[in-house]
Design a protein around this ligand. Structure first.
Ligand code: UTP
Length: 472
């Protein structure tokens, strides 16, 4: 490469778009750094960037709610009438068949920065299980193993990372020997990044020869699945459906035959699980219908009067909350990537570490842009929603303490284990406040669902107060 010539062309390009500061440390750089910064700049699509700056960075317009927003309908966790019962039974059968034929793969998005948790390393390596201290990745891997054994099949696992944690994540898997899974059945790939901006629309520098970037959001998974070759890999294996979840949800039921079956019976392209929100202001996205299409509206974008609006029976109109659990058809990912894939971008004002004009490291408020996977929902020809029970399937670890923390997730793991055991007739000691007076952990190899406990009662010892019990 003729560096001088490339430099001149790049400088011209940057001037056109008002970003010439990106080369302001040029005289101080060695030749490797010069090559690196030029390569980073040449990868950027300045036409798009100019558009984003205008739309999301400088002239940011608050989310405008469509007037014809109505509540989305959903399948209840259990069938409600005989017709429903028949459909659920059919869906479960179909879901089981699809899993056992290897048509369903696991897909975890783990490219986030996990700033709130403040854990050193990939979030998936966070130890969470209450007795054995298993990490999130280990719990998922053991679940995938147990499902593969139960259905006598191979369930591949797609793991999305970002350039910020890819090498570390691969090392975590390698050093744990892929948690007993075959390496060739774990496909780890990276999502893309987007540059960070100052409030006045300048791209920030992380260092003198490095543009400040962050992962392009979980919505980046749709493009990354395609560009990384994951879709091609799915095709080769005959995988047709991805079971999508977030890395911090330790209670995820990765292979749910009912969910998979309903998705397929209703010819959906992307489907979701939902919870009934704890209250109108719970900070999770809201499922709505806009122009007949399922949308998730962020809690911050739903006006209070709509959030608090009630049905005649007293329930909230917008009671369905999104918990980032989806089934995504491979054909849908292919379709989205065949066209001009453009999920909207969302702006977040965050503290960003970068260098200032003098080259000193500073941390100041800047703008990060990201896309959200649920913005693909309205692009699906059909999309179903299945309600689930919070205590069975949703225990996010977002924060170090308090709400949605490791502590609350561990409590929920123990609580779910207690309720599964009690449903099978086992006595679990409880405290006065009703919480279990013991620490319980059920390995996926022991039970993947409540019903699996009944056949293993002979392996469960009597549980005394303060016991620590691990069932495997
Ligand atoms: P969160 O919104 O919780 O973000 O991501 P986060 O980055 O993990 O944590 P904070 O906000 O910095 O504290 C929800 C899920 O989406 C994934 C995360 O890894 C998590 O599983 N994600 C998020 C990505 O895979 N890529 C992204 O760019 C953003």
């Amino acid at each position: 490469m003729n560096t001088r010539k490339t430099y001149e062309n790049t400088e011209k390009l940057l001037k056109t778009y008002g970003q010439q500061h990106l080369l302001s440390f040029w005289p101080e750089l060695d030749s490797a750094q010069k090559t690196a910064i030029l390569a980073q700049i040449r990868q950027l699509d300045f036409e798009k960037i100019q558009d984003w700056i205008a739309k999301y960075v400088i002239n940011y317009e608050p989310f405008a709610l469509k007037a014809d927003l109505i509540a989305a309908s959903s399948y209840a966790p259990e069938p409600v009438d005989s017709q429903n019962r028949q459909k659920y039974a059919e869906a479960v059968e179909l879901g089981k068949k699809l899993i056992s034929r290897g048509k369903v793969a696991a897909f975890v998005v783990a490219g986030g920065q996990g700033t709130r948790l403040g854990f050193d390393g990939p979030k998936g390596n966070f130890p969470i299980s209450p007795v054995k201290n298993k990490t999130l990745f280990q719990i998922f891997a053991e679940t995938i193993s147990a499902v593969s054994a139960k259905y006598q099949t191979t369930c591949p696992w797609y793991v999305m990372t970002s350039p910020l944690n890819h090498a570390e994540t691969v090392e975590v898997f390698r050093s744990n020997d892929y948690y007993g899974l075959k390496k060739e059945n774990v496909f780890i790939f990276q999502q893309g990044t987007l540059p960070n901006f100052s409030r006045d629309g300048k791209i920030l520098l992380a260092d003198k020869a490095e543009i400040a970037c962050s992962p392009d959001g979980h919505g980046g998974s749709i493009k990354a699945l395609w560009q990384s070759g994951a879709v091609e890999d799915m095709k080769k294996r005959g995988v047709e459906f991805l079971s999508y979840w977030q890395v911090d949800n330790s209670l995820i039921n990765i292979f749910d035959p009912l969910f998979i079956g309903l998705h397929v019976l209703d010819e959906a392209e992307m489907s979701s699980k939902a919870l009934i929100k704890t209250g109108p202001m719970e900070k999770i996205g809201n499922f709505c219908l806009i122009d007949g299409k399922v949308n998730v509206i962020e809690y911050s974008d739903l006006p209070d009067e709509l959030a608090k609006k009630k049905n005649p029976d007293g329930s909230y109109v917008f009671q369905l909350g999104s918990i980032a659990i989806h089934i995504i058809s491979r054909s849908f990912v292919e379709k989205l990537n065949a066209g001009v894939l453009s999920l909207p971008l969302h702006r977040a004002e965050k503290k960003i570490r970068h260098i200032d004009k003098q080259g000193n490291f500073v941390e100041s408020e800047g703008i990060k842009l990201e896309s959200f996977v649920f913005d693909a929902l309205p692009l699906a020809s059909n999309s179903i929603i299945l309600q689930t029970i919070r205590s069975e399937e949703f225990a996010p670890t977002k924060n170090a303490t308090g709400v949605d923390s490791a502590e609350s997730a561990r409590r929920m793991i123990v609580e779910r284990a207690a309720s599964w055991l009690e449903a099978a007739g086992v006595t679990v000691p409880r405290k006065k406040d009703g919480s279990p007076d013991c620490v319980l952990e059920i390995a996926p190899s022991f039970a993947l669902e409540k019903e699996d406990i009944k056949s293993k009662l002979d392996r469960i010892p009597p549980i005394k107060p303060k016991d620590k019990l691990y069932l495997e």
